[in-house]
Structures are given as structure tokens and as C-alpha cells.
Design a protein around this ligand. Structure first.
Ligand code: GTP
Ligand code: MG
Length: 346
């Protein structure tokens, strides 16, 4: 059974960069990964593309042929993809049963919040056997302003309700957060979305009373659903990517799939001939699925320390480690050359 992520979010939130980062990480980890570009306006794709919507339809062609603007053209492209779903399905089948597929979407938010084509495409993917999660990226700088944070909450909630998938909201570009000055609250206040009434003071200070009241009404709506929360992401930080990967693996159920070469426990029925995605992960089921997320970056207070409070100190420390590692590799190579040169030629 193939797994995948619907990578959505507003323009410039980092979707394509995330897909490329994940492609690099998974390739290094020797985990299967394929990236599908579903953005018909994406003309500089950073990652190796397994399937590209541009070979079916491009935004420029649609705009020229139908006299549409970029937004209308994008909706047309999604409807066209829905009508030609067989084209996508056939190519996805070629990726195999053990595929892990990232779907890189365009930045038009209405595609994941109120236009129905994407929703129906997702439903058909699920029906064809895909285990999907939506990964909704939001630029972290929005949390520096309370009223923008409220819009991000609403947008995230809307995407969750529309796509009807296991859903992970992500504050992307968290490494840039320190640049925007001090936050009104600690980072966990924004990621855990526990008690939004604390926003009242900052909203009252920055907005005319009637808009502040409107924002408070929207906040209580978000709180009523009690669904929204956020993970964080700095795409170039390995710990951050690995933590997010764990969270997504739990949402899709990937953690229940054993690694390709995992040995079966002694008393298990021999299923070694079955593809790994069809074998239950008897080894890791309870230890990895049920417990809290562990490891560096899994506590949002560590993320705040790394990227907001002491970013410079950590950057300097990491640079020192990289330098030492580089020197070690160089010394090792020099030693190996010396040994080779000293060996008598036979
Ligand atoms: N510092 C930093 N920059 C990032 C990160 N992720 C993305 N960016 C930058 O954000 C910009 C936009 O990234 P894209 O990946 O093109 O964003 P997108 O969501 O695919 O954009 P659209 O497809 O136009 O909607 C690029 O300049 C990236 O380098 C991150 O984690 N940290
Ligand atoms: Mg993109």
C-alpha cells in the first residue's frame, strides 16, 4: 500500500523547498520517495520529479487558450487533472506498491480550502489505496502579529475540514523567526493553541474595537473545534525534518510498516515474501506508535531555544562541530593515503 503527503499551504510558504528537503533526507535514509509536481505554474522545480503535471497541462497554455487569469487558470488546471485522473493514476501505479509520494501543490489556498477538485482527487487517491496525510505549511512569521495568527488558525482549520485527511499544520521557516523581533508569547502558546483568550490584549492594542471583537469571535470558533495545532520546520535542519517526519509517519500510519529488511520476531508467521507495506510492524508497533514523540526538536521549548532565544550561540556551536568533523575526515584521508604509499609494491 503506497503512502503519501498532500503538501499544501499559501504561496511561498516553502512547499517545494520542503519536498526537495524531504527528498534529500529520505534518499540519505534509503527510504523510498517520489515527488509529484501538481503545480502547473512551477517552472523551476528544485527536486527530481517523478511525475509532472506540466506534461499534462500548463498554466500558460490554459491562460492563452481560454483567456483566463492566473487564479482562474489554476482552478481550470485542477479541474482538468480531476477529469484526467487516469493519467495520474497510471503513472502513480508505475511507482510501485511500496512508494512514498509527496504531492507538491500550487499555492492557491482555495484549492485546499473551498474548491472541490483537489478534495475529489484526494478521495480518489485514498480509494485507490493511498494512505495520505495533508501537510499544511504556514509561514512562521505570521505568528509575530496576533491578527495574522488568527487568519492562519482559520486557514488551517478550513483546510483540515475540507481535505478530510489526517492533517499536520506546520509553522515553516522557523529559523527566520528571531529576525522579526520578540514574540508576545512563548512559541508553545502558538503551536499548542491551548488558550487563545490571552490574545485579547494584543488584539485590542493593535486593532479598532469592532475588528478586535470580530477576531475574538473567530478565535472562539477555532477553540470550539479544538482541532488546530502546529509542528515547526526549519527545512535545512536535520533534527527538525526528522521530528516532522515522525509526526507525519504517525498520522499516515507509516510507523506500522516495518523497514524493508526488518527481521520478523521469532514466533511470527513467515511473511517475508509479502511487500513490506503489507507486513504488520510487529516489532515496533507499541514502542513507536503509542508513546510520545522523542528526540531532539520534539519539544517545542527546545525549538524556541534553538531558533528564537539562542540562535547565534547554537549556530556558532554547529559551525564548530562541522569544522571539527571536516578536519577529522581530512586527517583520516591523509592517514589512509600515507598507509597506501608506505605499503611495498608487489
Ligand atoms: N530560511 C528558510 N527559508 C525557506 C524555508 N523553506 C523555504 N524557504 C524559502 O522560501 C522561499 C519560497 O519557497 P518555495 O519552496 O518556493 O515556496 P512554495 O510554497 O513552493 O511557493 P509557491 O509554489 O509559489 O506557492 C524560497 O526562497 C525558499 O528558499 C526554510 O525552512 N527556511
Ligand atoms: Mg512551489
Amino acid at each position: 500500500m503506497p503512502f503519501g503527503e498532500i503538501v499544501c499551504g499559501s504561496p511561498g510558504s516553502g512547499k517545494s523547498t520542503y519536498c526537495y528537503g524531504k527528498y534529500q533526507l529520505f534518499t540519505a535514509l534509503k527510504r523510498p520517495i517520489s515527488v509529484v509536481n501538481l503545480d502547473p505554474a512551477n517552472d523551476s522545480i528544485p527536486y527530481p520529479c517523478a511525475i509532472d503535471i506540466s506534461s499534462l497541462i500548463t498554466l500558460n497554455d490554459v491562460m492563452d487558450t481560454h483567456g483566463l487569469g492566473p487564479n482562474g487558470g489554476m482552478l481550470y488546471c485542477m479541474e482538468y487533472l480531476e477529469e484526467n485522473f487516469d493519467w495520474l493514476e497510471q503513472r502513480l501505479k508505475e511507482l510501485g506498491n511500496d512508494a512514498y509520494v509527496l504531492f507538491d501543490l500550487p499555492g492557491q489556498v482555495e484549492l485546499s480550502t473551498n474548491h472541490d477538485s483537489l478534495k475529489r482527487i484526494v478521495q480518489r487517491l485514498t480509494k485507490s489505496g493511498f494512505r495520505l496525510a495533508s501537510v499544511h505549511l504556514c509561514d512562521a512569521h505570521y505568528i509575530t502579529d496576533s491578527s495574522k495568527y488568527v487568519s492562519v488558525l482559520l486557514l488551517s482549520l478550513r483546510a483540515m475540514l475540507q481535505l478530510e485527511l489526517p492533517h499536520i499544520n506546520v509553522l515553516s521557516k522557523i529559523d527566520l523567526l528571531a529576525q522579526y523581533g520578540e514574540l508576545d508569547f512563548n512559541l508553545d502558546f502558538y503551536t499548542e493553541v491551548q488558550d487563545l483568550s490571552y490574545l485579547e490584549n494584543t488584539l485590542n492594542a493593535s486593532l479598532p474595537p469592532k475588528y478586535a471583537a470580530l477576531n475574538m469571535a473567530m478565535i472562539s470558533l477555532v477553540e470550539d473545534f479544538s482541532l488546530v495545532g502546529f509542528e515547526t520546520l526549519a527545512v535545512e535542519d536535520k533534527n527538525s525534518m526528522i521530528h516532522l517526519t515522525h509526526a507525519i509517519d504517525r498520522a499516515t500510519g507509516y510507523i506500522f510498516v516495518p523497514p524493508r529488511d526488518a527481521p520478523a520476531p521469532p514466533d511470527a508467521i513467515d511473511q517475508s515474501d509479502a511487500p513490506s507495506s503489507q507486513r504488520p510492524n510487529v516489532m515496533g508497533l507499541f514502542s513507536s506508535a503509542a508513546g510520545p514523540l522523542k528526540g531532539v526538536s520534539s519539544d517545542v521549548r527546545d525549538v524556541q531555544e534553538r531558533w528564537v532565544d539562542y540562535r547565534d550561540v547554537y549556530d556558532a556551536h554547529e559551525k564548530k562541530l562541522w569544522r571539527e568533523e571536516g578536519e577529522m575526515v581530512r586527517d583520516e584521508a591523509a592517514r589512509a593515503t600515507k598507509i597506501r604509499e608506505r605499503k611495498p609494491k608487489s
